[in-house]
Write a protein that binds this ligand. Structure first.
Ligand SMILES: NC(=O)c1ccc[n+]([C@@H]2O[C@H](COP(=O)([O-])OP(=O)(O)OC[C@H]3O[C@@H](n4cnc5c(N)ncnc54)[C@H](OP(=O)(O)O)[C@@H]3O)[C@@H](O)[C@H]2O)c1
Length: 285
């Protein structure tokens, strides 16, 4: 069996990756996280990673660990940098040392999001907030220290964990109306779809940077309407602008990624966001 280390295994993507590989006869997962109850491996600790990789000798590592609270990144940028930039740097260094492939996950927030057309992998980056800045630094470290990397930028991710879908369904339990931002556009992406895409790349030498999001676009308000429609919820979605929503963080307005490299180099096709959210809600029943 080929061993794959999964960091941040208790997060949304970490769980989806576990689900994807659960019946594999070719790969064995070694799960790690900083959360209680898991094999503790802090990706910011280079020495600990070196010892762990020396012991496990993995075929690949899938880095699902990150500091994902976008608002908290603004006030705790040093901590976010440690996890989102130094962490992947460390993983790139040890992966290269022990001959492992590195799958690293990044974000649409590395782009400014001010152009109303989908961004390709080769388009210039320009993050407007701390989360995007730290994630971009992580990408750059991975590119500098590893020759065997897959960087996958995803967006608007939901899976098993705290996410937008669960928050909006929770809100609907006590409210007849919710106000949701309608001027931020993106592609809601299920962790299950992203895990499948990772599974396509891992066995290959098809290295590089990829965009990996579900197909189709919507606003957060339209996403909420679709969630409520599928869940049979009657709560009304009132569309508001980003200016009307109290947030300490400026977010990209047009956050759509073009999965250009996946189309160019693989046969893999991401599901449409409406099909993926339907499947997710059915699996939550
Ligand atoms: N969520 C989104 O909408 C979104 C959008 C674009 C890109 N992404 C990217 O997609 C990837 C997966 O995101 P996700 O939503 O699955 O994240 P998540 O649910 O927040 O999970 C992240 C996991 O990483 C763990 N972690 C935090 N710091 C760590 C450290 N120093 N060492 C080891 N583990 C650590 C966390 O543990 P604790 O919970 O104990 O801190 C948590 O289990 C990330 O790279 C993220 O940046 C996410």
């Amino acid at each position: 069996m080929k061993i794959i280390i999964v960091t941040g295994c208790n997060g949304q993507l970490g769980r989806a990756v576990n689900d994807y590989y659960k019946n594999s006869t070719e790969y064995e997962l070694v799960n790690t996280d900083t959360a209680e109850g898991f094999d503790n491996l802090d990706i910011t600790d280079l020495e600990a990673l070196d010892t762990f990789f020396d012991k496990v000798r993995p075929y690949a590592v899938i880095n699902c660990a990150a500091f994902t609270n976008v608002d908290a990144c603004e006030t705790k940028e040093d901590i976010a940098f440690k996890v989102n930039a130094i962490g992947p740097r460390n993983l790139a260094i040890v992966s290269e040392k022990y001959g492992a492939k590195l799958v690293h996950i990044s974000t649409d927030y590395v782009f400014e999001g001010n152009e109303p057309s989908p961004r390709k992998e080769t388009d210039p980056t320009g993050p407007i907030g701390a989360y995007g800045r730290t994630k971009l630094a992580g990408e750059n470290f991975v590119k500098s220290f590893s020759n065997h990397y897959f960087i996958i930028r995803t967006a608007w991710l939901y899976g098993d964990g705290k996410n937008f879908v669960r928050t909006m369904l929770g809100a609907a339990k006590t409210r007849d109306e919710v106000t949701v931002v309608a001027d931020q556009i993106g592609s809601p992406t299920s962790a299950k779809e992203l895990a499948k895409a990772i599974g396509v790349l891992v066995p290959t030498d098809n290295y590089g940077t990829f965009h990996g999001t579900c197909e189709g676009v919507c606003s957060w308000a339209e996403f909420t309407e679709e969630i409520y429609r599928l869940a049979g919820v009657k709560t009304v979605v009132k569309h508001i602008t980003s200016d009307q929503y109290p947030s300490p963080t400026k977010r990209p307005a047009y956050s759509v990624l073009d999965n250009y490299m996946f189309r160019q180099t693989t046969d893999f096709e991401f599901a449409d966001w409406k099909d993926a959210i339907r499947e997710y809600l059915e699996s939550e029943k």
